[in-house]
Write a protein that binds this ligand. Structure first.
Ligand code: PLP
Length: 458
């Protein structure tokens, strides 16, 4: 621990922070004990704090800075749009250029489902709002089709779909549900396809994937198919700890939702825009969703923007039979956010970051992480594109986890911070999701920092 006096800027901002700022997902007593780390600037894959420490940001902020920090063209796009048209809405029979061009661009980038493109986009400002929109859309869809009893949405335990009331209900986080009587009625959860947690002795990953998908069918039959509106899932569960399903899972889910005529929502707030090596993850997993939630990487986090791609099945009913859809946000399709998104998509495309993740940095990260399985603390290293998780075990030979009260993930995370690395801890899983611009040499640097943090945790 350094005993050097802290910088005046740090002291001032920490005092103001403690006095005035209620942080998201934060225990303020614990924060007060040590003071918030003040982040001052960033470049590429690195961030700096007010004490002058440089950290390799292996979490891309909150899984969002896909293009890396300091991209001038995104700032220029925001600046130009603010001068030209800083705000207008698209509520009352008006529209504006950047929202229109972005919708068309997303329609072009999203791979067709059974030959049909995602022709429509509904804008929100965040992933949470976009999932609230999805809940309203699926219920509206079934109402318009004369099946108003189809209200229930099935989600999964340990899913993360956001933190507004509806999105927190769709999420499957017990700690969130415990605060505020969630989930709201009409949202139920099944288990997640987590092989290490739910696989049976001798069961193959393939068979487990099929079995896990059939929990959905069991739930549909328990509820009555005529009452089920939709199933929502992240292709790879992110905030729940990077749970990568076996390859057999999503095709079987797809078969089941089609058998019962249920809508499928692919929540790609983390997984889209190159994170898994594709523009959209449903392509990778053989999913044919009706709605696709996006946010984060669409602007690389430079400004808030979220939304949902609306497939033809839902869009046609909404447009042809729906009249006015009484839903929207003041900042739906915000001109500046859409301008930044367009510049960001140009950049991702020009540098072919999805292709680079798929063919180069994703496989290289997987190879380097596999070497970490030789470390005495690392039970498993799993990755998909540029998201990864290391599971820490107390006793590898016997597969024994650390006792929960030891909070080994938090201990390791603190050693990461101390050593100049940002990784996130979800229980005893250490999470990695670096900006997509990371190079092989920087992945080598990341590995060195991880090993140092793991050694310090031992
Ligand atoms: N959906 C997924 C899969 C997410 O990972 C998140 C955020 O991490 C959200 C939705 C919520 O997005 P936001 O925080 O922008 O509301």
């Amino acid at each position: 621990m350094s005993t050097a006096p802290i910088q005046p800027l740090t002291a001032e901002l920490q005092a103001l922070d403690a006095a005035h700022y209620l942080h998201p997902f934060t225990d303020h007593q614990a924060l007060a004990a040590k003071g918030a780390r003040v982040i001052t600037h960033a470049e590429g894959i690195y961030i700096w704090d007010s004490e002058g420490q440089r950290l390799l940001d292996a979490m891309s902020g909150l899984w969002c800075v896909n293009a890396g920090y300091g991209r001038r063209e995104l700032a220029d796009a925001a600046h130009a749009q603010m001068l030209k048209l800083p705000y207008y809405n698209s509520f009352f029979q008006t529209t504006h250029e950047t929202a229109v061009r972005l919708a068309a661009r997303l329609a072009e980038l999203a791979p067709p489902v059974e030959g049909r493109r995602f022709e429509h986009v509904f804008y929100a400002n965040s992933g949470s709002e976009a999932n609230d929109t999805n809940l309203r859309l699926v219920r509206r869809y079934w109402d318009l089709l004369g099946q108003p009893q189809r209200k229930t949405v099935i989600s999964r335990h340990n899913a993360y779909h956001g933190s507004t009331v509806a999105a927190a209900s769709l999420s499957g986080m017990g700690a969130m549900h415990a605060q505020g009587d969630l989930p709201i009625p009409g949202i139920v959860h099944i288990d997640q396809p987590h092989f290490a947690q739910h696989g049976q002795p001798g069961e193959s990953a393939h068979d487990f994937g099929l079995r896990a998908a059939r929990w959905l069918e069991d739930k549909i039959l328990e509820l009555g198919p005529e009452r089920v509106a939709a199933f929502i899932g992240e292709p790879v569960q992110g905030a729940g700890g990077v749970i990568i399903p076996p390859a057999s899972y999503w095709p079987e889910v797809q078969r089941i939702v089609e058998l019962y005529g249920i809508l499928l929502i692919s929540d790609e707030v983390i997984c889209a825009f190159g994170r898994l090596g594709h523009w959209f993850a449903y392509e990778k997993f053989g999913m044919r969703p009706d709605l696709v939630t996006f946010a984060k990487g669409v602007t690389s986090g430079y400004v808030p923007l979220g939304g949902t791609l609306v497939g033809e099945r839902v869009a046609r009913v909404l447009i042809e039979r729906g009249g006015e859809f009484n839903h929207g946000y003041t900042y739906s399709g915000h001109p500046v956010a859409c301008a930044v998104a367009l510049a960001n998509l140009d950049l991702l495309q020009r540098e072919d970051l999805p292709g680079r993740v798929r063919l180069d940095t994703g496989p290289y990260l997987a190879q380097r992480l596999a070497e970490l399985e030789a470390h005495p603390l690392v039970g498993r290293a799993e990755s998909c594109g540029l998201v990864a998780a290391l599971t820490l075990l107390r006793d590898k030979a016997q597969g024994l986890p650390f006792p929960e009260e030891q909070a080994v993930g938090m201990v390791c995370r603190a050693h990461c911070f101390g050593g100049g690395l940002v990784m996130r801890a979800v229980g005893d899983r250490m999470i990695i999701a670096p900006p997509l611009v990371i190079t092989r040499a920087q992945i080598d640097e990341l590995m060195g920092l991880i090993v140092r943090a793991l050694d310090a945790t031992l």
